[in-house]
Write a protein that binds this ligand. Sequence first.
Ligand code: PHE
Ligand code: ZN
Ligand code: ZN
Ligand code: ZN
Length: 297
Amino acid sequence: GNTPEREELIVADATSVDEPIPGAPGPVTHGIPVVGASYADGVALAEEGSTAYVNVLPAETRTDYNVIAELPGKNPDNVVMAGAHLDSVTEGPGINDDGSGTAALLETALLMANSHPQNTLRFGFWAAEEQGLVGSTDYVEGLSQAEQDRIALYMNYDMIGSPNYIFMVYDADESTFPAPEGVTIPEGSEAIEDVYESYYTLVGEPYDDTAFDARSDYQAFIEAGIPAGGLFTGAEVLKTEAQVAIWGGTAGEQFDPCYHEACDDITNLDEHALEVNSDLVAFAMLTFAYSTESVNG
Ligand code: PHE
Ligand code: ZN
Ligand code: ZN
Ligand code: ZN
């Protein structure tokens, strides 16, 4: 069954409720959202010895599916891959996160469907990213070594039309952004970054670096040693005055004020950002459809 269980929570530490956590459904006590209570209730409950109730959904197993589409090229052993995630958080429809990346990738696939490129093109529409990168991890880890070796590179598109956007490119340079512990950014990733950065330069759009911080579906690919890159226009981080001077928008507001919320709906996009990035998704795919020599030598 799917009936939530009411669980008692004894507040042992009165200092733990301060700020509401962005994206949480209500006030948070000891990291657990207090369902159905107001923020003020949450503060009142944060007294030592007081009692709060949380609704805990029973654990549940569901089946979900990645959707993988492949366009055969002249060379079946050199696969250019790009991906975006199909799922959203339960709180909202997930239009910027990640309808934006999904739509750009789907449009690219449709535009290229009648071509016969040099390299093989593979489009990954991932399941269950929000559950912990489940679909992409399962996919990569399920490939044999020989199948992994055929993938020349992977490009990731997760949140590419944020309403208070800045243009960001995953940075392959570990001296700028050290990779998470135990991970090295595969050689060749720099050449993917270069394609994005030279395109932004070509169309006169400013860009900045962002870190590979293990928060999206490229992670399993870099752990498998596959060169990777991608675009990102920002999530929960607040825009600075310096960034407003470059990209416009609103200082002190999140890049995506509706990140992981119900208001991440069809209005939650910057159309200019989405347009520029959709063109770039196609440009990068087309570039590597001809040759991946800059990446793999
Ligand atoms: N993967 C995050 C999400 O889906 C968003 C994100 C993308 C964060 C890229 C950082 C970098 O919520
Ligand atoms: Zn998300
Ligand atoms: Zn996402
Ligand atoms: Zn860089």
